[in-house]
Write a protein that binds this ligand. Structure first.
Ligand code: NDP
Length: 328
């Protein structure tokens, strides 16, 4: 029998946590034959709510779930963990300046990076969901010098999945016919969903759509502003779709991308495509044997170039701001 994989979820008592934990426990994160132990990390005032979620997890009698522990500090929460999903973050509240937001999140992601560095398992993989996800991932990564930088990733899979779905609806294709779509840059309104290399049933997507006005004025803003549209409609932010994307991200990282396809992940740049080295930016990546690699050699046209550059410039600004605040 396999040794259970330890999975830490921060913000476990939140909305995304509630949608995420049951799917991890039922085998969707790592696979239908991989037992898991859950480590739920919360701030002290939310521990009781996490206990309630743990009771419900117990009540599901999931065959793969081999234990649930709840912690209120990162040192214990990340001890021996193999997969860390950093969901809990400080949301922007009315009147909050960007500097305040970054500082509040620095207070969360710096100690979490340190705790991962000190006590996580050697094969630790980290996904940051909590916003601003790319920069929170950078803060955690910078405080984990003994962990290979490529183990820290930020989620743009929800943006990727949203883009796949919008493209399928526009063209009448099935989502399973769509491949090689890319989200570039920051998980923010500046992100760039790129269909110039995407394929629909093997045919180039941009040529199939052949409508640059739709691309610029409908597709890109719909994908980038989808979060706000969901808040407007539901009266609450997206949670189940964000949890689903976190599941997809880790599942793909661990189990690999399909032949002839790639996915989008926020990963540490090696300078590819002119993205400054060290920034955690979204790229097209292929995953194999538990490792990701940036897809190389794509031609970037002018339409794409200016949008990638704008989003990457925002990431560089966020990095400079956290540097000035002494957070990295
Ligand atoms: P959610 O579970 O709804 O969201 C958590 C984080 O995910 C937010 O930063 C949110 O960003 C982000 N996020 C990323 N992508 C998406 C998306 N597509 N849709 C929605 N959210 C997205 O927040 P809750 O307030 O319900 O729960 C947060 C929990 O985290 C609380 O229980 C709190 O106690 C906990 N927490 C735990 C910490 C810790 O463990 N140390 C630290 C801080 C908080 P955005 O706000 O921009 O939507």
């Amino acid at each position: 029998t396999r040794t259970p994989v330890n999975v830490t979820v921060t913000g476990a008592a939140g909305q995304i946590g509630y949608a995420l934990l049951f799917r991890i426990a039922s085998g969707h994160l790592l696979g239908p034959d991989v037992p898991v132990k859950l480590r739920l990390l919360e701030i002290p005032q939310a521990v009781k709510a996490a206990e309630g979620t743990a009771m419900e997890l117990d009540d599901c009698a999931f065959p793969l779930l081999k234990g649930i522990d709840i912690f209120d500090n990162p040192t214990d929460g990340f001890a021996g963990t193999n997969v860390a999903l950093l969901v809990g973050a400080r949301p922007r509240t009315a009147g909050m300046e960007r500097g305040d937001l970054l500082a509040a999140n620095g207070g969360i992601f710096k100690p979490q990076g340190e705790a991962i560095n000190a006590g996580a398992a050697d094969d630790i993989k980290v996904l940051v969901v909590g916003n601003p996800a790319n920069t929170n991932a950078l803060i955690a990564q910078q405080h984990a010098p003994d962990v290979p930088a490529e183990r820290f990733t930020a989620m743009t899979r929800l943006d990727h999945n949203r883009a796949v779905s919008q493209l399928a609806q526009k063209t009448g294709a099935a989502v399973t016919d769509i491949a090689k779509l890319t989200i570039w840059g920051n998980h923010s309104a500046t992100q760039y969903p790129d269909i110039f290399h995407a394929e629909i049933a093997g045919k180039n997507a941009a040529e199939t759509v052949n409508d640059e006005a739709w691309l610029a004025d409908t597709f890109i803003p719909t994908v980038a502003k989808r979060g706000a549209a969901i808040i407007e409609a539901r009266g609450a932010s997206s949670a189940a779709s964000a949890a689903n994307a976190a599941i997809d991200h880790v599942h793909t990282w661990v189990n690999g991308t399909a032949a002839g396809d790639w996915t989008s992940m926020g990963v540490v740049s090696d300078g590819s495509y002119g993205v400054p080295e060290g920034l955690i930016s979204s790229f097209p990546v292929v995953c194999k044997d538990g490792k990701w690699e940036i897809v190389q050699g794509l031609d970037i046209n002018e339409f794409s170039r200016k949008r990638i550059d704008a989003s990457v410039a925002e990431l560089a600004e966020e990095r400079d701001a956290v540097r000035e605040l002494g957070l990295i």
